[in-house]
Design a protein around this ligand. Structure first.
Ligand SMILES: NC(=O)c1ccc[n+]([C@@H]2O[C@H](COP(=O)([O-])OP(=O)(O)OC[C@H]3O[C@@H](n4cnc5c(N)ncnc54)[C@H](OP(=O)(O)O)[C@@H]3O)[C@@H](O)[C@H]2O)c1
Length: 269
């Protein structure tokens, strides 16, 4: 990317993105400025990444081509009230702030400033993120391409209309938590059956990683992959029958719909 990036709120997700952008060579440290309210955090970021970091949001956005909003949702209104009026239509605002719509952000900014909303997920911390990108009313193809380019430094990116972001959040945004719950349950089950915690952990981690890789690389429907490890009347079939009788699929459907609805409520949708 040409131009300068200002990351407003360099917390966990902001730093994950910064690390990916520098590692992949998408940006050089000289192109980036980060802000945080805590001086100690700014020193930490400067030392770790060689970028400028300070607490002055207004100064940071002054000569930025792209402004990445990465503060907590509850801080966003205060943060934008400090510098939003200084932004202009030649800049692109990219927000990773969960649940806040582009329309709400646009209302805090001068007319014409393009806003792109992004929903990343925590595997971005290990460059295996899944980010959803949606453009607001002023964002054109160039703004969306810019957001995609930045987010692809930490994983994959899918472009969606904003009215599908809550549904996507319920799948990929919250999805890691569902899979961690499954991992935790499998580990406990292994211990229950007499395996050491260490062995149970290793078996579960590698099985999840291997299955995810197979699902991606084999390019087959998961039902076919499941059938391939399920002999009639066999070991896996015994477990699957229990999952079916506990209505696992129906629970997943209900749980994901509940997450989608909650995302809508929090975002005022
Ligand atoms: N983590 C995720 O998996 C994930 C996924 C999707 C979306 N998101 C979104 O990403 C955003 C950041 O999440 P996070 O987990 O990275 O949170 P975080 O670690 O708390 O990062 C937010 C950072 O912004 C700083 N900050 C607060 N007020 C500020 C201000 N006025 N000016 C400049 N910086 C300020 C905070 O500083 P202090 O720590 O000193 O308060 C903190 O370092 C959130 O809106 C979240 O919804 C996160």
């Amino acid at each position: 990317m040409d131009g300068r990036l200002a990351i407003i709120g360099i917390g966990r997700m902001g730093e994950a993105l910064l690390g990916g952008l520098l590692r992949t060579g998408a940006l050089t440290p000289a192109q980036v400025v980060c802000t945080d309210v805590r001086a100690e955090r700014c020193h930490e970021i400067e030392a770790a990444h060689g970028v400028a970091a300070h607490a002055d949001n207004r100064a940071a956005v002054a000569d930025a081509d792209v402004v990445l909003l990465a503060v907590k949702p509850q801080s966003l209104a205060t943060v934008l009230s400090g510098f939003g009026d200084s932004l202009h239509a030649g800049q692109t605002v990219i927000s990773i702030v969960a649940g806040i719509t582009t329309a709400w952000i646009e209302d805090q900014l001068p007319d014409g400033v393009p806003v792109v909303r992004v929903m990343p997920n925590t595997p971005a911390l290990v460059d295996e993120g899944m980010s959803i990108v949606a453009g607001g009313r002023n964002a054109d193809g160039g703004d969306l391409a810019l957001a995609e380019e930045l987010l692809s430094a930490v994983g994959q990116v899918v472009r969606l209309p904003e009215d599908q972001v809550d549904a996507a959040t319920a799948i990929s945004g919250s999805g890691p938590a569902y899979l961690f719950l499954l991992a935790e349950s499998l580990m406990e089950a292994g211990v229950h059956l007499g395996l050491s915690r260490e062995v149970a952990t290793r078996l579960v981690e590698q099985t999840l990683l291997g299955s995810a890789t197979l699902l991606r690389d084999a390019e087959e429907h998961p039902a076919l992959l499941r059938e391939a490890v399920t002999s009639p009347g066999g070991v896996t079939a015994a477990a699957l029958a229990r999952f079916e009788s506990a209505a696992l699929r129906a629970v997943v459907l209900e749980a994901v719909a509940a997450a989608r609805d909650r995302a809508g409520e929090l975002g005022g949708g």
